[in-house]
Design a protein around this ligand. Structure first.
Ligand SMILES: N[C@@H](CCC(=O)N[C@@H](CS)C(=O)NCC(=O)O)C(=O)O
Length: 208
């Protein structure tokens, strides 16, 4: 059984969606970031940077932090969404999500959504970067069904919950036809709908 240390954020949702996709038995331990529970010493033993998501695989007696590493672990264990012959491409897009898209959109959330008016420079900078991310993803997806080719993979699972914050980004997802097509396709997957609302609070995937 997998224990997922979770908060309902894009990084948390990557893993709840993956666990639903691979139909593994799992339980959620909520980490309330507003109450600073990520700094509790027990949690820091498995997530030394005090960040969700993290997992403990009680069967294999293994704990992991960092969503990308967790996705790879679960993909290898389940042999799903991480085709061996396509790994370079999948890894490339997974790393692009982890190293670029996530952290940069995260800054856009901070300045545009949570703290407007605090820094004109940062608001403009990350708005511009967010638009560029949408444009680049849209261009790529105009000639590729999914991020790493014709099959849905852990790279898509990593990227999806970030684009699902499109209402916060104010970039206008509907203007990006290929990115919208990709988003709608993934939005309809039963496991994605379930994993998005894994706390069963009735949270719906934002529509375009
Ligand atoms: N690169 C990490 C990022 C994880 C991350 O930023 N988690 C945030 C929530 S989305 C967090 O736990 N923040 C709490 C904190 O930094 O104190 C991953 O992909 O797992």
């Amino acid at each position: 059984m997998i224990e997922l240390f979770y908060a309902p954020t894009p990084n948390g949702r990557k893993i709840s969606i993956m666990l639903e996709e691979i139909k593994f038995d799992y339980k959620i331990t909520e980490i309330d970031l507003k109450k600073n529970e990520q700094f509790n010493s027990n949690f820091r033993k498995i997530s030394p940077l005090s960040k969700i998501p993290a997992i403990t695989d009680h069967k294999n007696k293994t704990s992991l932090f960092q969503s990308g590493a967790i996705l790879i672990y679960l993909a290898e264990l389940s042999e799903k969404f991480y085709e061996i012959k396509n790994r370079n491409l999948i890894n490339q897009w997974l790393m692009a999500q982890m190293g670029d898209v996530g952290p940069l959109l995260g800054q856009h959330h901070q300045f545009h959504h949570y703290n407007p008016g605090k820094s004109e420079f940062a608001e403009e900078r990350y708005f511009k970067i967010a638009k560029r991310i949408y444009k680049d993803l849209d261009e790529h997806l105009s000639s590729s069904d999914f991020l790493a080719g014709k099959n849905y993979s852990i790279a898509d699972i990593a990227m999806f919950p970030w684009i699902a914050r499109h209402n916060w980004h104010d970039v206008g997802l509907k203007n990006y036809k290929s990115l919208s097509r990709w988003y709608e396709t993934i939005s309809k997957r039963e496991a994605v709908i379930k994993g998005y609302d894994c706390l069963e609070k009735g949270e719906k995937i934002p529509k375009i």
